[in-house]
Design a protein around this ligand. Sequence first.
Ligand SMILES: CC(C)(COP(=O)(O)OP(=O)(O)OC[C@H]1O[C@@H](n2cnc3c(N)ncnc32)[C@H](O)[C@@H]1OP(=O)(O)O)[C@@H](O)C(=O)NCCC(=O)NCCS
Length: 173
Amino acid sequence: MTRVGTIEFRALTEADVPMLHDWLLRPHVRQWWGPAESVEELREDYLTGGSTHAFIAHLAGEPIGFIQSYVVLGSGDGWWEDETDPGARGIDQFLAHAGQLNRGLGRAMVREFVEQLFADPVVTVVQTDPSPHNARAIRCYTAAGFAAVGEVVTPDGPALLMRCHRPPASALR
Ligand SMILES: CC(C)(COP(=O)(O)OP(=O)(O)OC[C@H]1O[C@@H](n2cnc3c(N)ncnc32)[C@H](O)[C@@H]1OP(=O)(O)O)[C@@H](O)C(=O)NCCC(=O)NCCS
């Protein structure tokens, strides 16, 4: 396991979009994230507001990955139509550099981001939804504190819904 320092999340800006586009074309990302959108589509998706907040994760000042959070309730377009909890958040993420996979960095990034989400007292639970075939992601999220709820069918296809509930107050920093 790699020893990791503090992971910092900086809100995605216009200047990050070409880098994000380059990352999305990388085979290890495309395999699980689907076809890369154009730079224009990325701008439209990530820079025009809404309830999704996108970040570039940095380790020791270097960009290492992408992570986003969204409000689950009212996602629209057929997503999460059974959700009733306004405190539920969802996350999606990937590491940018193939050489950094399987070294514990993903779980460190997810843990840190989830902890920051729970710093908001209205957040009750965080979910993520890897492909049921993405064994590496499922193992990473399990190590980061998520438990499988079950398989669901999303507008993007089958997914394993995983949830991490707010820890007791005494466990939060
Ligand atoms: C998913 C991702 C964020 C996980 O981050 P990571 O740093 O690689 O993951 P970690 O090192 O924390 O954990 C990976 C675990 O999976 C295990 N693993 C790797 N490949 C595996 C496989 N094919 N089957 C089962 N386990 C596997 C690793 O051994 C490690 O387990 P362990 O250290 O507990 O033994 C990262 O791999 C990634 O970005 N992948 C490409 C894009 C992607 O899949 N994004 C997620 C979409 S939901």
